[in-house]
Design a binder for this molecule. Structure first.
Ligand code: ADP
Length: 262
């Protein structure tokens, strides 16, 4: 009896093992199939993503620019910085890269103050290369709202991606780059480099800020030195520390040289 039951148990075990190995084989080929499909999807998605980004970079690069700090190389720096911030903060990388690449096209300053002109151009371009609709909407929102509108404006970006692109743009208005761009802009607008008889006064609105024709040095007080407290992400705030200190040091040296004390 014991012998029969042992035999029976062995048989059961054998059948179970056979069943399990068949299941394992078929499910492993199923898993393999799903894995392959996912890889193909991801591969296509990455190829599409890269295609969109390459096209946007080429489009941004071919835009006519003016010598005011709104050139391709500003876009390039914002793009690189946005990717760097994304590494620490996360977010949708496709939205971030496209918005960084398109954030500066058709600046309102050169289109009679039309704040949406850049966003509309970005939208039309992204539609022309068949970027998915939800991505276009996110990029549109960022391009439409990321610009600095004076110290009196405290409006906030709606998304993490927007926070990242705005931070990258703001960091490029700080430090050595911010100083260089400020003097380039002042030269382009024929504004004074500095006029001690026309000190900076706080602008109460975006309208006042955008109409101002103050000196390059005044611009430090209306924007550059304000930016460190107007950043959205921890990563950007850390990067901003050195840039802010550098601008303060520059001003000290500038005033010293102005009065021949340095
Ligand atoms: P954003 O990218 O936030 O829209 P702006 O278009 O306001 O920036 O400015 C582009 C560059 O020119 C920035 O570096 C900015 O600090 C500088 N800039 C803007 N307005 C002035 C000004 N009135 N005087 C000097 N520099 C300026």
């Amino acid at each position: 009896m014991i012998f029969v039951s042992k035999k029976y148990t062995f048989m059961c075990l054998y059948l179970c093992a056979l069943l399990l190995s068949t299941l394992a084989l078929s499910s492993s080929s199923g898993i393999q199939k799903a894995h392959d499909t996912l890889s193909t999807l991801l591969k296509n998605r990455n190829t599409d993503m890269q295609h969109y980004i390459d096209q946007a970079a080429a489009f941004a690069r071919e835009q006519k620019t003016v010598s005011s700090g709104h050139d391709w190389w500003h876009t390039y720096r914002v793009w690189q910085m946005a990717k760097k911030i994304h590494e620490h903060e996360g977010g949708n990388i496709l939205v971030i890269e496209l918005a960084a690449l398109l954030h500066g096209i058709d600046n309102h300053k050169f289109h009679n103050g039309d704040l949406l002109v850049g966003a509309k151009t970005a939208q039309a371009f992204l539609e022309s290369i068949h970027v998915p609709k939800d991505i276009i909407e996110s990029v549109y929102d960022i391009v439409a709202t990321c610009s600095f509108k004076g110290a009196a404006d405290t409006s906030e970006m709606k998304t993490l991606e927007g926070n990242i692109v705005q931070d990258a743009d703001r960091l490029d208005a700080m430090g050595a780059m911010g100083i260089a761009r400020t003097f380039a802009y002042a030269g382009y607008k024929n504004h004074a480099m500095y006029d001690p008889e026309k000190p900076y006064k706080q602008h109460a609105s975006f309208e006042e800020y955008s109409k101002n024709d103050g000196s390059a040095i005044n611009h430090f007080y209306e924007k550059l030195l304000v930016l460190k407290d107007r950043l959205n992400t921890k990563t950007a705030r850390a990067i901003a520390e050195k840039r802010h200190a550098y601008m303060e040091e520059f001003l000290e040296q500038f005033y010293g040289e102005w009065e021949a004390t340095r």
